[in-house]
Design a protein around this ligand. Structure first.
Ligand code: DON
Length: 305
């Protein structure tokens, strides 16, 4: 299989695509990003890397950070996490508050905003916010084997200034006792996690442990095999919010999107893939990122089904 040629075709199609979606406007610093960009990076199980388009350009990983926060939180409290956050698709927008009241302040899953705010609370235990975020960045650097990964402080500030919806979610959950720390401390950690900047190459590298059943490609184990499978199952069922079913139908890979326009997709035993294009569709997922993965799945036959 000629992966380089497949990538070249995808990049060509995406460069010319007429419908590129619209960049997220509710976080002001994301609204300034040029929607003409598209990047893709693939790391295969044998360690080869293939890239195309703007694969080296850094972008805000946003909700993709929820995969790394979840991995850390499970490492800290294991299955006790599941008494504070569920494992069902929400069928609602990523920042929706409606289910929280009916479901006693327990978010549906760790990949909607409310769920990820719980992850931030778990990862904060025993730490100051600055230390907790430092730990997450170090963890992502280790996963990606790249010490250059850092937080974009401008994006973090922008989120902090406009994050009223997230504040509402956090205070609401605090009233039910789902959060153990002060909402402002938890939110500071959450906003900074969303503001980690990575390129497609770095993101595909960070996803390698999920492709490899929990092993780090450079030796040792990040998580047990069963945990890697479970994280992937949540990515498949909940990784694209209320469009997770459509993504599974069209692409057939576990994937996690972010409002920065990135998607991390994993084919167990075969590939870790990152795509990025800043324009979003109506569900808040990358318009061209989803299309590119659909093309990739067609051309390679990669699928979990
Ligand atoms: O909290 C927010 O709304 C953003 N920092 C992250 C949202 C996100 O990426 C959801 N994605 N589709």
């Amino acid at each position: 299989m000629d992966i380089s040629a497949i990538i070249a075709n995808i990049v060509e199609e995406m460069r010319a695509a007429p419908d590129r979606g619209t960049v997220a406007r509710y976080i002001p610093s994301l609204a300034e990003i040029d929607p003409a960009q598209f990047g893709i990076a693939i790391v295969t199980a044998d360690g080869e890397t293939f890239t195309g388009g703007d694969a080296e350009t850094g972008f805000s990983i946003q909700s993709i950070s929820k995969v790394f926060s979840l991995t850390l939180a499970l490492g800290k409290i294991g299955d006790r996490l599941w008494s504070r956050v569920g494992r069902e698709p929400s069928g609602n927008a990523f920042n929706s508050i409606v289910q929280l009241e009916a479901e006693k302040g327990i978010p549906r899953n760790p990949f909607i905003n409310a769920g990820a705010i719980v992850l931030a609370d778990v990862n904060l235990a025993g730490y100051r916010p600055r230390e907790a975020i430092g730990e997450l960045v170090q963890f992502v650097r280790y996963l990606a084997s790249d010490d250059g990964i850092a937080i974009d402080e401008t994006v973090a500030r922008s989120e902090e200034e406009t994050g009223e919806r997230n504040r509402a979610l956090a205070h609401f959950m605090k009233s039910y006792g789902t959060l153990h720390h002060a909402p402002e401390m938890v939110l500071g950690t959450y906003f900074h996690a969303c503001s980690i900047e990575m390129s497609c190459r770095q993101l595909a590298q960070a996803g390698r442990f999920l492709m490899l059943g929990g092993r780090h490609p450079e030796g040792g184990r990040v998580v047990p095999d069963r945990r890697a499978r479970r994280i992937l199952s949540l990515m498949l069922t909940c990784g694209h919010y209320d469009a997770s079913g459509d993504f599974a139908f069209r692409v057939g890979m576990p994937g996690k999107s972010g409002v920065g326009g990135g998607i991390l997709a994993v084919v167990p035993g075969k590939a870790s893939i990152a795509v990025w294009s800043p324009g979003l569709n109506a569900s808040g997922n990358s318009q061209l990122g989803g299309l590119a993965l659909e093309r990739l799945a067609e051309a390679t036959g990669w699928s979990v089904f």
